[in-house]
Design a protein around this ligand. Structure first.
Ligand code: SAH
Ligand code: SF4
Length: 381
């Protein structure tokens, strides 16, 4: 079977090269061609021995994900829909800002956690993405953008695992992908510029802190177990005090870091003054043990099946001011790419059910995608 080289971090690629009777340092050269230069055609990798290139052609390939659509928002946000087979699609969103470019990456097709306010959760779980499918999103986006923006330098400076799926429920595929993002021979992103967002898979948070301690965002959404049980069903397994104690432990190994708490603002559900006050009490209790955090309030991106509404701006402001007065750094997430429905966490927003996905993919296949031919096949340069 042909190995997809996007499936490996540098260590994995070294093992693969050794399996072909090659020296480990060949893996570094190969890794750089693939991830730093965006190449997929072995013949273009000029400093690899011809014999190695021939072996690679027989045993391996660099296989991108087929693209179903690309939408560009007026504000520069770009959303791609990738086909991952069997009627499943995942989305990736690029969000340009003045001082950085952020890529929002998916980790699963669907999600098993089933949060009430999340359209991915409403789709149900289909399957875990492989490391190659996770990395292919970054590989494609980075090299597509460099070409598109006529830039030779890195375009994507930050990655957030905030697309579809619960990354910590796909741990074994996630770790090599994160390692390739951080590797100086790969994307060379700093540990603090790669963020894993989790709904709170406590045991896997411990492992992440040991294996690859990147920045952590935790989807909180409620100040009490009663409410969080209802919004984020995983809370029944890992309730708030356990989750927050784990957050504190996560930070104990990274003294200058903090946890970002995401809080999706749902009208009349979790956005009242008493919720903000309860949240302050809860977090203060854990701050006393060393929990450092900031809050990111996310205006809910409504979709019909949820039966929920976005909080009014005034409620969001009031909520934020209570947190700020209590001394917590608090930001309200700007909605980006509204015209293409591309806000992180609202990916595949118009996907209502699994049949819908298959149908939509079939429709999109029928439409010729003009720029598809321009996707990097044998390298972005
Ligand atoms: N599964 C992970 C990461 C993906 S979701 C997690 O839950 O953290 C990324 C973020 O988007 C989470 O904070 C999630 O709660 C939020 N989100 C999901 N659906 C949303 C919606 N409809 N509107 C606003 N934010 C949403
Ligand atoms: Fe899954 Fe995150 Fe959506 Fe919850 S919010 S259903 S954990 S993707």
């Amino acid at each position: 079977m042909m190995a997809n080289l996007l499936d490996f971090d540098l260590e994995g690629l070294a093992v693969f090269c050794e399996g072909m009777g090659e020296k480990r340092f060949r893996a570094t050269q190969l890794f750089r061609w693939i991830h730093q230069r965006g190449m997929s055609n072995f013949d273009d990798m000029s400093d690899l021995a011809k014999s190695l290139r021939e072996k690679l052609k027989v045993n391996a390939h660099v296989a991108p994900l087929p693209i179903l659509s690309q939408q560009i928002s007026k504000d520069g946000t770009i959303k791609w829909l990738f086909d991952v087979g069997a009627g499943d699609a995942v989305e990736t969103v690029f969000i340009p800002e003045d001082d950085r470019g952020t890529l929002c990456v998916s980790s699963q097709a669907g999600c098993a956690v089933g949060c009430r306010f999340c359209s991915t959760g409403h789709q149900g779980f289909s399957r875990n993405l492989s490391t190659a499918e996770i990395l292919a999103q970054l590989w494609f986006a980075e090299h597509f953008l460099r070409k598109h923006l006529h830039q030779t330098d890195r375009v994507i400076s930050n990655v957030v695992m905030m697309g579809m799926g619960e990354p910590l429920q796909n741990y074994s595929a996630l770790i090599p992908a994160l390692k390739a993002m951080l590797d100086d021979h790969g994307y060379g992103l700093s540990r603090r510029r790669v963020t894993v967002s989790t709904s709170g898979v406590v045991p896997m948070m411990t492992r992440l802190s040991l294996d690859c301690p990147v920045a952590l965002a935790v989807s909180l959404h409620a100040p009490t177990n009663e409410l969080r049980d209802n919004l984020v069903p995983l809370n029944r397994k890992y309730p708030l005090d356990e989750l927050l104690a784990e957050c504190t432990l996560y930070l104990s190994k990274a003294p200058r870091d903090f946890i970002t708490f995401e809080y999706c603002m749902l009208k009349g559900v979790n956005d009242q003054t008493e919720h903000a006050q309860a949240l302050v009490q809860l977090i203060r209790r854990h701050a006393a043990n060393g929990l450092r955090c900031k809050f990111n309030l996310i205006p809910f991106n409504p979709f019909k099946a949820s039966g929920l509404l976005r909080s009014d701006d005034a409620a969001v402001e009031q909520f934020a001011s209570i947190l700020i007065q209590a001394g917590f750094v608090t930001t309200v997430r700007k909605t980006r790419g509204d015209d293409i429905d591309a806000a992180c966490g609202q990916l595949a927003g118009d996907v209502k059910d699994r049949t819908g996905v298959a149908e939509r993919i079939a429709q999109q296949r029928a439409v010729p995608i003009e720029w598809h031919a321009k996707a990097p096949q044998s390298g972005a340069h």
